[in-house]
Design a protein around this ligand. Structure first.
Ligand code: 5RP
Length: 266
């Protein structure tokens, strides 16, 4: 692997822990002013010190985030549809590699729709992004989006993750499921999980814990952090689980659930 590619990946997945907390605020690209992100800067800035990287669109980056930060940026480069469209999953390329370079990004992210009507279009567009990004040593993050009619089980997520890696993704983002170890085992590149819709804090922390235990290298979490009533304690708790220092803090008498509660309170 060339130096630039390796360096960018090391900026995303911390070499000292082998883990990452990617903080996702890219939802506006198809959901508009999502609850909690109406004033994106006010939501993001207090949370940024606890994130290893920030995932968002180029518009959000330019309009809401100061260039004085040094948090690695994961640029979403797929989109072109909205929640109002019945063909919402038919995403294409919405940002080119020159702009990604201008924005000094650490990686580009693209959603693939395995098993959906537009599977072929999204997979071929993804390979175009990979070819362009690889030329400049920029890693690609495949986002395995799941259509409503598909089941998020290990068989499906394993298939989608493996396809993403075989096409050339450097990191895969998918969803946690029962038997997640199988998804990780059959994917040759690091896997992170999305948080998904807002759930109770304890459940989101348990999800994080279980995913890491099953072999994920981290999370790409959004709504369960910024839609929490206590976003700073929440991101700190997620961070405490993601980076293994927390395991050394697992006290002898503590169960995993106790750890999760304690981190939330600390
Ligand atoms: C939106 C995304 C999000 O970045 C990803 O799903 C993580 O956010 P959340 O934890 O809110 O699901 O890809 O399409």
């Amino acid at each position: 692997m060339d130096w630039g590619m390796a360096n960018r990946i090391n900026r995303i997945i911390r070499p000292d822990t082998g883990r990452t907390l990617m903080f996702a605020v890219d939802h506006g690209y198809f959901m508009g002013p999502t609850t909690g992100l109406e004033k994106l800067d006010e939501t993001v800035m207090p949370l940024l010190p606890y994130a290893d990287s920030l995932m968002l669109t180029r518009g959000a980056l330019r309009y809401y985030v100061t260039p004085k930060i040094d948090t690695p940026i994961i640029l979403r480069v797929s989109g072109g549809t909205s929640v109002l469209n019945k063909h919402m999953l038919h995403e294409g390329i919405v940002a080119g590699i020159e702009d990604a370079i201008r924005l000094n990004v650490a990686a580009v992210a693209f959603s693939i729709m395995v098993g959906a009507d537009y599977e072929r279009d999204t997979l071929l567009a993804f390979t175009e992004v990979i070819d362009m990004a690889e030329r400049y040593g920029i890693p690609t993050l495949a986002v395995t989006a799941v259509g409503k009619e598909l089941v998020r089980d290990a068989k499906y997520l394993g298939l989608a993750s493996r396809i993403a890696a075989e096409l050339g993704a450097r990191i895969v983002k998918t969803y946690y499921c029962d038997g997640f170890e199988k998804v990780v085992e059959s994917c040759p590149v690091p896997i992170i999980i999305a948080g998904g819709k807002k759930i109770p804090e304890k459940d989101a922390l348990k999800l994080t814990y279980d995913a890491l235990k099953a072999g994920a290298v981290g999370v790409d979490m959004g709504r369960n952090i910024w839609q929490s009533e206590n976003p700073v304690p929440m991101i700190k708790a997620v961070r405490g689980i993601v980076h293994p220092v927390s395991y050394t803090h697992l006290r002898a008498h503590e169960t995993e659930a106790d750890l999760v509660c304690r981190l939330l309170l600390e």
